[in-house]
Design a binder for this molecule. Structure first.
Ligand code: S3P
Length: 425
């Protein structure tokens, strides 16, 4: 699907953003391990989470839809061998977390994925899982990968990466391993696994950047999922850079390991208010009010990077409208996402008229530039590149075309209808 984006006259009104993708993956997978029934309210309908749901069905869970927003996962027995290979689609989270679950089972299975996922590095999880005794058959640490289920033993792993996917993979393997399993990260990555493990009664301890889990059984408790701050980010930046905007986004997760975008935008002089903080299913949420703002440039580096890793493409759009230079460093892992997001953002933003340079581990953006538009954008099969380009299009002088916009369905199939609801033309 190719679309055209026209200049907006401002975003106005209240919206609710669909459920958090990271938390939905975990809710589906962890429910499958409870040997009970779990009601999940407000789950993500993106294709990535649907890949996870399909996999737990193939592993023996049944799904009962109560209505549009609620379902029950029935996992009365332990998961069992799938009759067919398991399709992870485009989803790195599905692959890496499922590898942690599957490595310690008493059966073997095969994981595969689409073209983009089959190029992504899996050594980051295979290497520590092998230290736990896991066995795999693979070619150069890429999908397709065969997992030969076996009894695992705990390890004390010092991770070179701040990655929630690596951490969650090992914690899931640790749930079913002999002894204790610990992982220490250089910086703290998103902690949804730790919060949901606590919520579901696992034996977990947290000490700074070190997390330890012992063999335990997750309990079947109902889970209510908040709105996704990574999806809200597109609307937050759209409102900040489009004159006349004033919006409220309801029920957004503001977990401190995910809300780096709010901290950085506030440093950039953004008018953002966090209203009515509250807790659902062990996660902090709030309503977020955003008004058009005169932004200024900043430097984004170090410990904040994992707290906003998925928001860097949309932060780059904000930076084009900020006075002065914005420097993004320490983000080399962006090259291993659904696309090489450093090169993709630089290439496409240059077409639109931005002043942007690529570095090995980030981007340098000089603002403020008027974006001319009048060009054709590629989204590299990457949902976040597609939505970032759309937001840039809202302030371009001339319309832009975005090719293959259907990639938004990976995380946010409701994006266009919500944007049309609050953007005025
Ligand atoms: C995710 C973790 C992040 C993020 C991804 C989702 C998760 O990846 O980029 O979109 O749900 O754990 P890394 O942990 O590999 O950085």
């Amino acid at each position: 699907m190719n679309i055209t984006v026209n200049k907006s006259n401002g975003l106005k009104g209240n919206i609710e953003i669909p459920a958090d993708k990271s938390i939905t993956h975990r809710a589906f997978m962890f429910a499958a391990l409870t040997k009970g029934r779990v009601k999940i309210s407000n789950f993500s309908k993106g294709a990535d989470c649907m890949s996870t749901l399909k996999i737990i069905q193939n592993l023996g869970c049944s799904i009962e839809y109560l209505n549009e927003k609620e379902l029950i996962i029935n996992a009365k027995d332990a998961i069992k061998k799938s009759q067919s290979p398991l399709d992870c689609g485009n989803s790195g989270t599905t692959t890496r977390l499922m590898m942690g679950i599957l490595a310690g089972q008493n059966f073997s299975c095969k994981l595969f994925g689409d073209q983009s996922l089959s190029k992504r590095p899996m050594k980051r999880v295979i290497a520590p899982l092998e230290l736990m005794g896991a066995k795999f058959i693979h070619n150069d640490y890429k999908l397709p990968i065969e997992i030969l289920g076996t009894q695992l033993k705990g390890i004390d792993y010092i991770s070179p990466l701040a990655s929630a996917q690596v951490k969650s993979c090992l914690l899931l393997a640790g749930l079913n391993a002999e002894g204790q399993t610990s992982i220490t990260e250089p910086y703290k990555s998103r902690n949804h696994t730790e919060l949901m493990f606590e919520y579901m009664g696992a034996a977990i301890q947290i000490d700074g950047n070190k997390v330890t889990v012992s063999k335990s059984q997750l309990k079947p408790v109902d889970i209510n999922i908040c709105g996704d701050i990574s999806s809200a980010a597109f609307f937050i930046v759209a409102a900040l850079i489009t004159p006349n905007s004033d919006i409220i986004i309801k029920n957004v997760g503001i977990n401190e390991t995910r809300n780096g975008i709010i901290d950085i935008l506030k440093l950039m002089n953004a008018n953002i208010e966090i209203l009515d903080k509250r807790i659902i299913s062990n996660e902090e949420i709030a309503d977020i009010r955003v008004k058009y703002s005169e932004l200024k440039g900043t430097t984004i580096e170090g410990a904040i990077i994992p707290r906003l890793i998925d928001e860097i493409p949309i932060l780059a759009i904000a930076a084009t409208q900020a006075q002065g230079t914005t420097i993004i460093k320490d983000a080399q892992d962006l090259r291993n996402k659904e696309a090489d997001r450093i090169t993709a953002v630089k290439t496409e933003l240059r077409k639109i008229g931005a002043n942007i340079e690529e570095t090995p581990d980030g981007l340098v953006i000089k603002g403020r530039t008027e974006l001319a538009g009048n060009c054709e954008i590629e989204c590299y099969h990457d949902h976040r590149i597609a939505m970032s380009a759309y937001v840039a299009g809202l302030i371009c002088k001339k319309p832009i075309k975005i090719n293959e916009f259907q990639w938004v369905d990976i995380s946010f199939p409701e994006f266009l209808s919500l944007m049309n609801k609050i953007s005025t033309y």
